[in-house]
Design a protein around this ligand. Sequence first.
Ligand SMILES: *[C@@H]1O[C@H](CO)[C@@H](O)[C@H](O)[C@H]1NC(C)=O
Ligand SMILES: *[C@@H]1O[C@H](CO)[C@@H](O)[C@H](O)[C@H]1NC(C)=O
Ligand SMILES: *[C@@H]1O[C@H](CO)[C@@H](O)[C@H](O)[C@H]1NC(C)=O
Ligand SMILES: *[C@@H]1O[C@H](CO)[C@@H](O)[C@H](O)[C@H]1NC(C)=O
Ligand SMILES: *[C@@H]1O[C@H](CO)[C@@H](O)[C@H](O)[C@H]1NC(C)=O
Ligand SMILES: *[C@@H]1O[C@H](CO)[C@@H](O)[C@H](O)[C@H]1NC(C)=O
Length: 490
Amino acid sequence: MRWHIAAAGLMGLFAQSATAIPMDIDNDQSVKDAAATIAFGMMSYYTGNNTGDTPGNLPDPYYWWEAGAMFGALVDYWWITGDTSYVEATSQAIIHQASPTRDFMPANQSRTSSNDDVGFWTLTAMTAAEDAFPDPPEDQPQWLALVQAVFNQMASRWDDLNCGGGLRWAINDFQTGKDYKNSISNGLFFNLGSRLSRFTGNSTYGEWATRTWDWERSLGLITDDYEVRDGAHFNVTTHECHEDSGPHVWSYNVGVFLQGAAFMYNVSEGAERETWKTRVDGLLGAIEAKFVTNDTNIVREWYCESGFTDRGRPYQCNIDQQTFKGYLLRWLSSTSQVAPYTYDRIMAWIRPTAIGAAAACTGPVGSAAPQVDSGGIQPGFRGIDGTACGFKWTEPFDGWAGVGAQMNALSAVMYTLTHRGLAGGKAAKGPVTTAQGGTSKGDPSAGSTDHSSRGLAALKPITTADRVGAGIVTAILAISIIGGSVFLTI
Ligand SMILES: *[C@@H]1O[C@H](CO)[C@@H](O)[C@H](O)[C@H]1NC(C)=O
Ligand SMILES: *[C@@H]1O[C@H](CO)[C@@H](O)[C@H](O)[C@H]1NC(C)=O
Ligand SMILES: *[C@@H]1O[C@H](CO)[C@@H](O)[C@H](O)[C@H]1NC(C)=O
Ligand SMILES: *[C@@H]1O[C@H](CO)[C@@H](O)[C@H](O)[C@H]1NC(C)=O
Ligand SMILES: *[C@@H]1O[C@H](CO)[C@@H](O)[C@H](O)[C@H]1NC(C)=O
Ligand SMILES: *[C@@H]1O[C@H](CO)[C@@H](O)[C@H](O)[C@H]1NC(C)=O
């Protein structure tokens, strides 16, 4: 009932709004101006730089990880357009959330944050290193070292005892997801490994990425058709494990593996490169099959935009899911840079998507997506009147305004410039590395203290574990679980 009333109200609003965002997709300045308007609308939700608020946080009902993802979009926004408007706010946010422990495990978030939440903030640090985003002062955490810290901690959480490997969703034993191995947590680990491998030239990271890919395949989480399923549950007592994702297939799962596979393609050679090319092509095929409309080539969130029913009405993306297709666009753009042979195929999707997205940015001030299930009500749009973006890009403004809609549309529009050399050609050259243009300072041994409830210094040397394999990992995990139980008992 709530839905019908909301929809009727929105239709009324739609009739009034007129402004829209003009955009000539072949004119760099015009695209840049459109992106600036959308970015401004996105940042109008951000409260973290208000006096008394915490840098890096979005207001309720947005989760902490979504803010991390938003700053990732802003790092790329600066890189591609050269607009410095949000550089300061972005640096401040990342550093504040990373700082106390230098691994994106701030105490304020420790009860709720899982491997994927931490992983999204870490991707933002990785992007900052790759985009040569201005480095923080020396006494502050550095982008590359942050990524290495989280990567090392994730590697120490690799769990051979259940499902033959992989990371659990949860970091702590008291959290939801302690018995779930999900593709996004493992995909983020894979993605970071492949990108660290390219950035640092250290192949140990790539070995972990390969191991993670093989494990996803072994469990059928990546299918023979390269569809990426959501995850597998296991029984904590019997360790019995089964893939049970249900009908949902999400764009961010396939996207996070696509970008990682493209980086592996970029750093490998010979037969190995051919193997990764096959995987990149397979994942692109899986994206095309579900997440790109057949007739118009517009990117969509398949499960929420194809009329699937849930409790008698069309399935609606929750607040998190409303953001997924924006990350898919981000990872498609990056793929087209490190695996340039994919450029034409990918741009044939991004361009019509950008046109559809800009055309759907016509909502008035105050627009807010309807409430979905248990999620809270998103705040009303406060950007320029008549430029609030909608969620669907295959139709005019649908009323589903929010941080997600703005972030997605920003991505769609700005990534059309991926190769077009704005901003002194920075972005056009592709992501930097330590050997070529990168300045971010690393620390391969960062992250040796695990700031989870286990409180154990669970870090093990990756090379050793990689060679010796299961034995050591299992032993460490057994200790960790005991540590966790003790914590719970206390
Ligand atoms: C917070 O940042 C936004 C965007 O950078 C800016 O428009 C706004 O004025 C800032 N607010 C404060 C209180 O600094
Ligand atoms: C944690 O919360 C406190 C109190 O709101 C705040 O002052 C601090 O900045 C927060 N720290 C982080 C890293 O968010
Ligand atoms: C795990 O397996 C045990 C033993 O078969 C069973 O009693 C328990 O209900 C299972 N737990 C779950 C969550 O299925
Ligand atoms: C496109 O058409 C093919 C063949 O009819 C179908 O299998 C596929 O699901 C369609 N894709 C989308 C995104 O609708
Ligand atoms: C690796 O990426 C760079 C761009 O960063 C690109 O110039 C190069 O051609 C890529 N290598 C391959 C084999 O595609
Ligand atoms: C490569 O990375 C691994 C894993 O972090 C680390 O143990 C090793 O010292 C690194 N090697 C070099 C040469 O930095």
